[in-house]
Design a protein around this ligand. Structure first.
Ligand SMILES: CSCCC(=O)C(=O)COP(=O)(O)O
Ligand SMILES: [Mg+2]
Length: 229
């Protein structure tokens, strides 16, 4: 494999960091963020999209409530993800938290990069949120390891067409890309597009091992140390 494509939550990083630290932070900070920045075009664009999709909500307070509901449901909506990224920027900037990275992921990403393997990221988090995450991680600034960043602007993670677009953007044959994820439906879509796949089945995130039929036939690893690209 010449190119690694990795998911973040549940793959390089723990689900609990995202659910218990990042999401509650965004939930709390959204009202103040929208009040302070809602007039800026880069923010307004996403607020207006949420309003339009919800029958033309007219008050920012209602838009914020909608977004907070989506956070509670873990909706992977592009507008929510873009706004979350903007909110988290303050948190990282003030060193309220650093992004969790499993030590085995840090070690492997560094080793693969040093060996000349290209590494890209595909996450539901917006590209700016991904870059903040890797830039302020427990393992330090890991952004120099990553050559390309993809979010749901390329399409949903459970759709094969998204992986075809990614492969086209990377300019390599699908068979030379290895996608790493904790979600079998994402891996199914990547496999349909011709990519190699590995299911990350970390005990910290998935206490019940997913084996046999539960892997949908994907190679399975409990740590990046088990992956041989
Ligand atoms: C990298 S931004 C924080 C994570 C996030 O918001 C998210 O939805 C992660 O989903 P993933 O596709 O990485 O499982
Ligand atoms: Mg994931």
């Amino acid at each position: 494999m010449k190119h690694i494509l990795t998911d973040i939550e549940g793959t390089t990083s723990s689900i609990s960091f995202v659910k218990d630290v990042l999401f509650p932070y965004a939930r709390r900070a959204l009202p103040g963020f929208v009040a302070a920045h809602g007039h800026e075009p880069a923010v307004r664009r996403w607020l207006d999209q949420v309003a339009a999709e919800n029958g033309g909500l007219c008050q920012d307070e209602m838009i914020v409530e909608t977004l907070q509901g989506w956070i509670d449901e873990d909706r992977k909506h592009t507008a929510l993800k873009a706004l979350q990224g903007m909110v988290w920027k303050d948190g990282y900037g003030r060193a309220d938290f650093t992004a969790h990275m499993y030590p085995d992921a840090v070690e492997a990403l560094k080793a693969w990069h040093a060996a000349g393997q290209a590494i890209s990221v595909y996450s539901s988090g917006s590209v700016p949120a991904q870059q903040l995450f890797f830039g302020h991680s427990d393992g330090g600034d890991l952004t120099p390891l990553v050559s390309n960043w993809f979010d749901t602007e390329v399409g949903g993670k459970r759709e094969a067409a998204s992986y075809r677009r990614i492969v086209e953007a990377l300019g390599v044959p699908a068979s030379e890309v290895l996608f790493l994820s904790d979600v079998v439906e994402e891996l199914d879509a990547a496999r349909d597009a011709g990519l190699g796949t590995v299911l990350l089945d970390r005990r910290e995130d998935y206490p019940q091992p997913r084996t046999g039929e539960a892997t949908h036939g994907h190679a399975r690893a409990e740590s990046f140390a088990d992956i041989r690209p």
